[in-house]
Design a protein around this ligand. Structure first.
Ligand code: BTN
Length: 255
């Protein structure tokens, strides 16, 4: 069983905690190295987007992992990380969040946390850098971000304590990571993800992947974490990348 032994490096400011963790992974850092910064000047998001990271407004965290599971199952690590964030926030603030495929954490349909998993080649083998950004307060975010995002402070009405969230997050990450690398661990992660996500099954969604757009109803996850979407024609499409948005039914009631 692979136990994580966390070592936490803290910085006032970094371009990106993922870049710093990747740099250290390439230099041979052991699994469990965590990088935390008070701000990021070039925070990275999924699909080549930026992750706006004002000073002290979020938890900007990355960890180096050297997974022993087959690489086809590595996408499950980001799903497991989403579970860890979900459970850490529930534990710390009784905040019940939703998980949007693959690993966005939402509260009241607004984004509270994003996760970026990036592979990196190192002299001691391929590593995974898992980056997690949790919005703690919203006030420093630009207006366009405030429209689609939320924060722990907005959702709980309390001033969040970064250290409590960080401690819970590391505990939950370790629990899920150990689970994932045990027998039947993948099934357990998929099952728990589906329990916590309103997107797992029966949700009408649009999936955009570059120029390709697909609409349909979610029908659970494949064993590697891919999302099954049933089209209007009854075909099951397997989604491995892209942006998922909920399709809401417009209520047209007669006057
Ligand atoms: C997303 O697009 O939803 C993923 C965002 C991931 C942001 C985090 S913040 C800490 C780590 N460092 C980065 O540059 N990105 C990730």
């Amino acid at each position: 069983m692979s136990q994580l032994v966390p070592q936490i490096l803290r910085f006032d400011s970094l371009p990106s905690t993922n870049l710093e963790a990747a740099r250290r992974a390439i230099a041979g850092a052991a699994e469990g190295l965590c990088v935390v910064a008070s701000e990021q000047t070039a925070g990275r998001g999924r699909l080549e987007r930026q992750w706006i990271s004002p000073k002290d407004a979020g938890l900007y965290f990355s960890v180096v992992l050297r997974p022993r599971i087959h690489q086809s199952s590595w996408p499950l690590i980001a799903l497991a990380a989403a579970l860890a964030v979900h459970d850490a926030l529930l534990e710390a603030y009784s905040l019940k969040t939703d998980v949007k495929w693959p690993n966005d954490i939402l509260s009241n349909n607004r984004k509270l946390c994003g996760i970026l998993a990036e592979t990196v080649e190192t002299t001691i083998g391929r590593a995974l850098v898992l980056g997690i950004g949790i919005n703690l307060t919203s006030s420093a975010f630009p207006a366009e971000v405030q429209e689609i995002a939320t924060s722990v402070q907005v959702e709980t009405g309390k001033v969040p304590d970064l250290e409590i969230i960080l401690r819970n997050l590391i505990i939950e990450l370790e629990r899920r990571y150990v689970m994932l690398q045990s027998a039947e661990g993948g099934e357990e992660v998929l099952r728990d993800w589906s329990i916590r996500s309103s997107y797992a099954s029966g949700k009408r969604v649009r999936v955009a992947n570059g120029q390709e757009v697909l609409e349909g109803t979610t029908r659970g996850l494949e064993s590697d974490g891919a999302l099954r979407v049933e089209t209007e024609e009854g075909l099951i499409r397997i989604v491995r990348a892209g942006d998922v948005t909920e399709l809401r039914t417009i209520d047209v009631s007669p006057d």
